[in-house]
Write a new protein. Structure first.
Lengths: 409, 501
């Protein structure tokens, strides 16, 4: 039922995008390249958000995701350039977990405020990797104080038959790719998006995306997950049933650090080919926003990360397409207005309708958006969607609250 | 008969408070053993020690004759001890099933075997008459149903020694009967049941033996057939039991509160949580709202206080207050004693003087202009503590350090300090010991004589009948009966509440 609903909305969205593409001629809206780039840009955010999911479900707010990603990215660059990409990714996870361990000791064992500890980790991580990078440069093993040597790439592949790729020397046909090239309205749009999502994909991406259902399985289908979530919902009740709340919180935060570190490693090893300073650039925070947008659920955070990735990919590839995106906002606002009027909320509907009219006027009034605005698109999109969607959020009941064993009478 | 549990000379101190001092209890298998005492006497602390949630400073615990040292509830559970908590230990955002299996999940490979768990829970629920839907979220349940979840949790773990911490405080007589039947069954199967209560008639009905706790120490252990309620009460407080009663009519001509067709729909609008509630309340009158928990009483309170949107009209002293905010209603002289003191009335980790400010933050004596007048607030807090006998070291004590009864007395005192014209009292004496109960009743009685109108909501039927001038029965959100308390017995009221007239 739910899956059908999601599928229906996704199809509607693609249809609207395809229509806008035809109207405006912004071909990158639904191109294979955009979809592929969006996926690549989404993965680190997905990993960060999954990290946040484990931590916050266990009741520990994790602003430190950013710092853990930074540590992961550096370790990925350092180990990856010496021992190959796979060891690099493993080192990224371990380094992220080290950052998480500090966070866990501070918040769980010593009861430090979660936000204070998280911010401290972000600041320390940035300083620490800068220091280590400088050391590497001084001893001559790195080309510069802000970047590591190149890292060997991990091969790409696609779905057999559907989207090309190599299988044991056999070159698979690229069915979706050929449909995409036919230029049929809507059909080719769907094909090219699917081709972008399934073709020329790094193995790491496949693994990372598979973590989403895996996280759902662990958190909602296993005893460990139930106990971990109970530590974030009602720790005193959990303790009264013999759940080791401290252990659950430690586990949640450590898994969180591992995933965030992997996200950082992905940036250095898969998305780029070496470590560069400021590579993470706020993706830890965006991951947290995606988690909130997704209402602390794996499927939701995937949607949030996808949205950001799409907006980011579009602004990188084709700034004219961002202009066309204004029409999408018009359509969405009109849809919201329709829903509001239908449920009898006149004021809300009127507001949405006004905003839609204004956006439409803006679309016709300017031919090209200023460059600064284009670069800001992913952030603006995140902000807008958060503002619209955050009204029914349900965070874990005891998230961010200090917990002491036996402390509550 | 063998001894299931024995506590010897247990002592436990908290900062500033001695919770237990030389407590000794002996519970035999196949019996129901009651632990009675005022709130704040230390009953709950004893049981938390027995359940491994807290460690005693000195003394020893024996289970089935063997000396044990519980580090955490896991150890207690492993020794076959289960606890039905007074303040429910449930995760609101989990389903009933998840709450029950948490900590001892049946597994199927790597995953939880939800099928087997559901089957077992449904079977147990049927066996003990604890009817419940395992798949709804706990936040959607009423208090009575939450207690069933708590009991099922304990039974699911196969406990042989069951601790019930004031289980009847929230139940109507019929439910109490069901609970006591379940207890009989447990006793017959050779389990040891520890029953904590301060309702002495219930204790005498269900218990074989009674241990009395006063001011942190055990003062007597008696067989229930050898004592009367009066004797137990004297052991408990050293004086006679106060009775809920109002003498004579103090009802005046003027109408304080008028409700006309007040309704609240659910969020989806599919049905009404309360529908077409209408009544008049005169000054100097107490109207008692009877009903099983979750039949619209909470929503009625929210409507009167303006906490929730409603249709229909509410008038206060003859003028409509429908458009007024909560603050404005408060300022007009409508006071509230909320049903859940810890969640709705107190900041648990703040000192009492800060709690004194809650709800009174717009005027004297706590404010001087825009600034909090700390000195005057502390002074006024001290006055409330003296007048209402709130037992705590001082205004700087954290609210969490007070026993439930003292918290409640403080809340009543805070509300009465402003002399409201209308008091909405939601379970004003729930979980409160006899001494504090009598004190709260006294306050309500005196204010009623001076012309205060009271909407009294309670699960304690004796209190409802004794304190009210008029009884309204709520069932499924509507008023289904109006009764004269002088001609109503608790049993009759109980039947009216369940709709089985």
């Amino acid at each position: 039922m739910k899956a059908m609903k999601i599928l229906r909305y996704a199809t509607m969205l693609v249809f609207v995008l395809a229509s806008i593409r035809v109207i405006t001629g912004a071909s990158d809206l639904t191109s294979t390249g955009t979809a592929s780039a969006a996926l690549l840009l989404s993965v680190p955010i997905v990993l960060a958000a999954l990290g946040g999911l484990f931590s916050e479900r266990a009741g520990v707010v994790n602003i430190g995701l950013e710092g853990m990603m930074i540590m992961g990215a550096w370790a990925g660059g350092y180990i990856g350039s010496q021992h190959g990409p796979w060891f690099g990714l493993m080192a990224a996870m371990i380094f992220g977990s080290v950052g998480a361990l500090v966070h866990a000791i501070a918040t769980v064992t010593f009861g430090v405020d979660h936000v204070v500890s998280g911010v401290a980790i972000n600041i320390i991580a940035a300083g620490l990797v800068r220091y280590l990078s400088t050391l590497m440069y001084k001893n001559g093993s790195w080309p510069g104080p802000s970047q590591s040597p190149g890292i060997e790439t991990i091969p790409l592949n696609g779905l057999p038959v559907l989207s090309g790729g190599q299988y044991f020397g056999w070159k698979s046909p690229d069915l979706l790719g050929s449909i995409a090239n036919l230029n049929w309205f809507f059909v080719s749009d769907i094909a090219s998006i699917l081709r972008g999502l399934t073709g020329d994909v790094s193995y790491v991406t496949v693994v990372a995306i598979s973590f989403v259902p895996l996280a759902y399985f662990i958190l909602w289908r296993t005893a460990f997950g139930l106990r971990l979530r109970s530590a974030g919902e009602a720790p005193v009740a959990a303790e009264s049933l013999g759940v080791n709340v401290y252990a659950m919180k430690y586990a949640g935060v450590l898994i969180s650090g591992g995933l965030a570190g992997l996200g950082g490693g992905f940036l250095a090893i898969v998305a780029a080919s070496n470590y560069q300073e400021n590579q993470v650039a706020g993706r830890g925070y965006i991951g947290l926003a995606a988690l909130l947008f997704g209402n602390y659920r794996p499927g939701g955070l995937l949607a949030g990360a996808g949205l950001f990735g799409f907006a980011d990919a579009l602004q990188l590839r084709d700034s004219a397409a961002i202009h066309a995106l204004l029409l999408l906002i018009v359509v969405i606002l009109a849809f919201v207005a329709f829903r509001k009027f239908k449920s009898g909320k006149q004021i809300g509907g009127l507001l949405a309708l006004t905003a839609a009219g204004f956006t439409l006027w803006f679309y016709f009034a300017v031919d090209e958006l200023p460059g600064q605005l284009v670069t800001m698109t992913p952030y603006i999109a995140t902000l807008l969607v958060m503002a619209l969607a955050s009204q029914r959020l349900r965070m874990p009941a005891a998230d961010g609250m200090p917990y002491r064993r036996g402390g509550l009478r | 008969m063998s001894v299931a549990v024995e506590l010897r000379h247990i002592t436990k101190r908290f900062p500033g408070v001695i919770a237990n001092k030389d407590v000794s209890i002996k519970v035999e298998t196949g019996t129901v053993h009651a632990l009675v005492g005022e709130n704040g006497a230390g009953k709950s602390t004893v049981m938390k020690i027995l359940y491994g949630m807290q460690r005693p400073d000195s003394g020893e615990i024996l289970v089935n004759g063997a000396n044990v040292n519980f580090k955490n509830p896991n150890d207690a559970i492993a020794a076959g001890i289960g606890m039905v908590h007074q303040h429910f230990m449930l995760a609101d955002n989990f389903t009933v099933l998840e709450n029950i299996i948490l900590g001892s999940e049946p597994k199927h490979g790597a995953t939880i075997d939800f099928v087997a768990a559901r089957k077992k829970v449904v079977e147990m629920a049927a066996q003990y008459g604890l009817d419940i839907d395992p798949d709804v979220l706990v936040e959607e349940l009423g208090v009575g149903q939450r207690q069933r979840v708590e009991i099922l949790k304990v039974l699911f773990r196969g406990a042989k020694i069951l601790i019930f911490d004031e289980p009847t405080a929230v139940l109507v007589p019929q439910e109490v009967d069901d609970l006591f039947k379940a207890l009989e069954g447990l006793r017959a199967q050779g389990m040891a049941v520890i029953f904590i209560s301060h309702k002495l008639d219930e204790v005498l009905r269900v218990a074989d033996e009674v241990t009395v706790v006063r001011q942190g120490s055990t003062v007597a252990e008696v067989k229930s057939k050898d004592v009367t309620a009066r004797q137990l009460a004297e052991l408990m407080v050293g004086s006679e039991l106060p009775k809920p009663s109002t003498l004579g009519h103090t009802r005046r001509e003027e109408i304080t509160l008028t409700l006309r067709d007040v309704s609240i729909a659910t969020a989806t609008g599919s049905r009404n949580l309360i529908s077409n509630i209408s009544f008049d309340l005169h000054a100097g009158e107490v109207v008692g709202i009877a009903g099983v928990e979750g039949n619209g009483q909470a929503e009625l309170v929210e409507a009167i206080m303006g906490l929730r949107e409603y249709t229909g009209s509410i008038e206060f002293h003859g003028s409509s207050i429908d458009e007024l905010s909560v603050a404005e209603r408060h300022d007009l002289g409508i006071g509230l004693i909320p049903e859940d003191r810890q969640r709705q009335a107190l900041m648990m980790s703040s000192p009492l003087w800060e709690n004194r400010i809650l709800g009174h933050q717009r005027g004297k004596p706590v404010m001087r202009g825009f600034v909090i007048d700390k000195k005057a607030t502390i002074e006024s807090t001290r006055t409330i503590m003296q007048e209402f006998d709130v037992r705590a070291p001082g205004p700087d004590t954290l609210a969490a350090a007070l026993s439930g009864g003292n918290q409640q007395k403080f809340i009543v005192g805070r509300e009465m300090s402003k002399v409201p014209a209308l008091l909405v009292a939601s379970h004003p004496t729930r979980g409160v010991d006899v001494g504090a109960q009598g004190a709260i009743w006294d306050v309500l009685r005196k204010a009623r004589e001076k012309g205060m109108a009271v909407v009294l909501i309670s699960a304690d039927l004796e209190e409802l009948i004794g304190m009210s001038d008029r009884l309204l029965v709520m069932l499924r959100g509507a008023i289904t009966a109006e009764l004269d308390p002088t001609k109503t017995t608790p049993e009759q009221l109980g039947s009216a509440m369940t709709g089985a007239v």
